[in-house]
Structures are given as C-alpha cells and as structure tokens.
Design a protein around this ligand. Sequence first.
Ligand code: FHN
Length: 592
Amino acid sequence: MNRPLAGTLAFAGTMLLASVGVVQDRTTPSPAKTPDTRMEWWREARLGMFIHWGLYAQPAGTWKEKRHGGPSEWLMDAAKIPPAEYERLAAGFNPVNFDAGRWVEIAKQAGMKYIVITSKHHDGFCLFDSALTDYDIMDATPFRRDVLKELSEACAEGGVRLCFYHSIMDWHHPLAKKETWPGYENHLRGQVGELLTNYGPIGVMWFDGEWTPEWTEAQGKSLYALCRDVQPNVIVNNRVGKGRDGMGGMSPADAPGDFGTPEQEVPGRGLPGMDWESCMTMNDSWGFKVGDNNWKSDERILRLVCETASKGGNLLLNVGPTAMGEIPPESVERLAKLGEWMAANGRAIYGTEAGPFRRVPWGYVTRRAGGARSTDLNLIIFDWPADGRLLLPGLRTNVLEAWWLRQRGTLGTEQTPDGVVVRLPPERPAELKHELASVVVLGVEGVTVETPPVRLAEGVYTLKAADADVEGVSARYEPRESRDCIGFWMRAEDRVCWEVDLADARALRVSVIQASDPKEGGGRYRVEIAGEGTSGTLNAEVRATKGWGDFEEVSLGSLAGFTEGRCKVSVIPLEKSNMALMNLRAIVLRPE
Ligand code: FHN
C-alpha cells in the first residue's frame, strides 16, 4: 500500500472532507435535463461498457457443488455464505491473464466510449488499493496489482472515459449495519474520496445497492455533493439516493443524481425530460457465471443500441470477466460484430437525440441537428419494406433530401396522407446486404408528427397500450417482447389517454383488458370519454388475476350520449390499494 506523497496528501485532504461529511452546500440537480456542459460527453457517447468483476468470478455461481440461481455476483447472498468464509476466496484470486489494454481495446472496437467497472460490489471486495481496508486486491490476493490503476492508465491511453460502479450496500464490512451505520458511511465516503483522488479524471460515479434500509436520501445528497466537490465534472447516477423506482430507474424531480438508470429494459417511451441510461447483460448474469449461455443475438444487441438511442438514452452493455481476467469469447465476438456496424453507422447513434416517433414498424429513428434550420432524421432500417415504400407515420415536414448514410446516392420521397414515404429499392442494395440494419438520412425542415387517432376497425375501437399517451412519471409502455401493456403504474397521478374518432353517436359498451397481481396490484379507476358535446364516465375496480402477465377482458358497462367526431378517452386512477394499479393492455369500445 505504498503511495507517492502527493497522492497521500491529496487523499488525506479527501479523507478530511469525507469523514466530517462537511461539504459545500450544493443543491443537487435531479436527472431532469441539466443544461450542464458536464453531461455533453456522456450524451454524445450513447454507448458504454459495464464490467462486473470480483471474487464471485471464481465460484461463478456454484457453491459447494450446488449451482445457485440468479446472477453470480449475488452468490454470497444466494448461498448464505458467512463473510469469514466468503473472504477466503481472495487468497485464490490471481487473474494472471488480466490485461487492461486488451479490455480497453475490446471496448473501443465495439464503439464504446466509456467503461464502468465495479470498484466494489455488494460483497465488499475492492478491486483497488484502498487505505481503508485490507479486503482489497493489493492486500488480500496473491495478484497484488491495482487493477483500477492499470485500467485508468489504459483508458487514458485509449481515449476511453473511466467510470466506477460502487455499491453502497456492503455484506462484508463489520460496520455496515443499522447500529453502526454512521461509521460505515464514513468508510464509504472515504473510499469514494480515494476513487476520485487516486485514479485520474473519472467520468461517472455509478452507485448501486442504495435500497439498503440504512441508506437515506439525505446521505445520498451529501454523497453526491462529495463527489462533485472532489471532482466537479464527475457525473453521478440516480442510485446515489433513493430515487430509483425499482428497475424502472427513473427519479422524481427532486432526487439527487444526474441520470436515471433503467435496468434490463428500455423504457417504452424512454424517460422524457431526463438523461437516462439502460444497463443490460449480454446473457443473464452480470458477473461471470458458468453455464449462463443465454446469450443475446447480434441483432438483439444492435436493436438495443438503436432502440435506446431512438428514445434519447444511453446503453451500458455488460461483460463479466473470468477469474483469470479474460472477457468471455461470446462477449468479445458480439462486441466485435457490434463494432463493425458502429464503425460504419455510428453517426446515427453518437450525439443523437430521441426520434419523433413512438415507434416505426421497420426499425428505429434518431434525430440530429442538421444545420441552422434543418434536422437529420436517421432512419435505421432493420425490416426492409417489400414494396420499397418506407413510411414515416404521421410525419408532416418539408423534406430537403434523403440519402444513404454509407454510400453515395439520394432517394425519392413523397408526402402522403399517412405521412412521408421514402422510396427504397425493392431490396437492400448488394453492398449493404451484410448489414443487420441500414441507415437512410432524411434531411427535413420542421418536424411535426400527428399521432393518428384510433378509428373504428372491424366494428370496434381498440385502444391499445402501444398507442396510448401516458401522462405521468412512472406508468409506461412495456414493449411487445415483454407484456405489451401499460405497466409500472405505481403513481395514482399517472393517467393513460387516447385520441379517438367516433364514427357515429351510437352508445358504447366499454371493456378493459387488464392484469393485476393479487398481492401487488389493485385499486379503483375511472374511464372517461370526453369530446365536443360528448362525455361519459365509468368507475371500476381492478380485478385480480393470476399475476402481472395474466390478462383478462373485464366489461365495465355502457355509455351513451355521444356525438360523432374526435374525443379523448382517459383511464384515471381513483385510488391504488397496493404497489401498482394494474397492467393495462387495451380498452375496447363496442358500438351498440
Ligand atoms: O444487485 C445489483 C446487481 O448485482 C447488478 O450490479 C445490477 C447492475 O445494475 N445492479 C443491482 C441490481 O439492480
């Protein structure tokens, strides 16, 4: 644990700062978009590498010949291993094949602009040389190398931003319990001070484990302030406080942290009005786990990158290196494939903002300022339209030009009642045939997208979750591949609405297609239909089903007194009797 004097002095200063907890009073910005140049590199980056690495890579999910479920970094908890027994893993941790330069090269070649590595996960083991514990890679293992120092140098060399994941929850530290929490909080602040003092400029402090009951919003705000005082330009995620609502990862406006952190999902509409980053595994476990072969396909991974960017977010894609210090070949292969596409098409991702469409059937759309008055819409085409007519639904704009991102040549367009059509060749051009997705850029002046109202089809009006407007901060559309419903309806203030064109004045029988877990869901709500000379409301009770994925159609009754024309249909919670109201797949209106 030898350290140059300067480092020690700087570190001592940080310790003082950290230990007394007295830092400049600072209103901590919430993830609501901070007009802050500090975030510029992060918003430009759009894609980062998450690295979960530690002692858990050795047992890799198996303990005393029993393979445990769940991610491998949770083995200490899953197998109920006492700290004194678990820490003995350190004596065998000797990742002789660790090569920081190789890890950075893999990230760069994948098109990743930053790396977030676990300086300490919940098991308390530190991948860095900490003066505050011997339970670290320098003192407790035969390896005796400061992995984070080596990674810091390799990142500086490679032009990749280094960021740290640090767990607030700690299953090993003797003070990390209710009765002695202040002592542990000081230890935590001291280690955060070390990380922000001894490893050069740090891009992001990525906190986790904030759900532990001893941790409070006030401690989170103070820890945020500490980070910014030691490195004013560091970005801090919303898990520094208590703002994350489960895996949804978003934060109310007054929560500390600079960005929201949805996990293992891309929110249906993104998280409008805030910076956010979805973190994802490439298989199932964050840490290396033997037998975890549920690898996402190259297409699924590329779609995740494009979907996240099309909704205005970043993607943090995880690798779990082995106990020998190697990133698994399955990860390396997928990242290399992603990197090929990013090298040719990265302009459609880096530095872009959310596209103007809720969704398009053929792929994803991102947006970038094209010039003084123009905007470039990047059309990322996965599914080639058989007739070559690529529809941008509801788009009203002045099209300036349409061209291939990767090759010369412009394309014809036309404005139709359904939106703008880009005329493509009947099939993907030969030179792009190898691509999973090809990019056409549509240069436009002014962007208006008219969401088409719901119209009578096959004798009924089907108001689908995918077409709903969600007014609120927690309820959101859960995409087709999961439940195709409005879920996470945790706040009674959140409501769901549709615009509907009533074809005539007939009475309407109203039913709802819903699911609700008997223990976690329930409550009362109102369906309201309001328009010119039109109104009607029905109050209803959520019906418990077998669970969040078990949908039933429930008839709510009939309403009359309508006039033909546009109306707004809203589902408004009246009271929530549990954690969430319900999962709503559709409202069905049947003219009588
Ligand atoms: O419990 C951790 C988990 O092990 C993993 O680190 C993920 C990654 O974001 N975070 C927590 C679960 O939300």
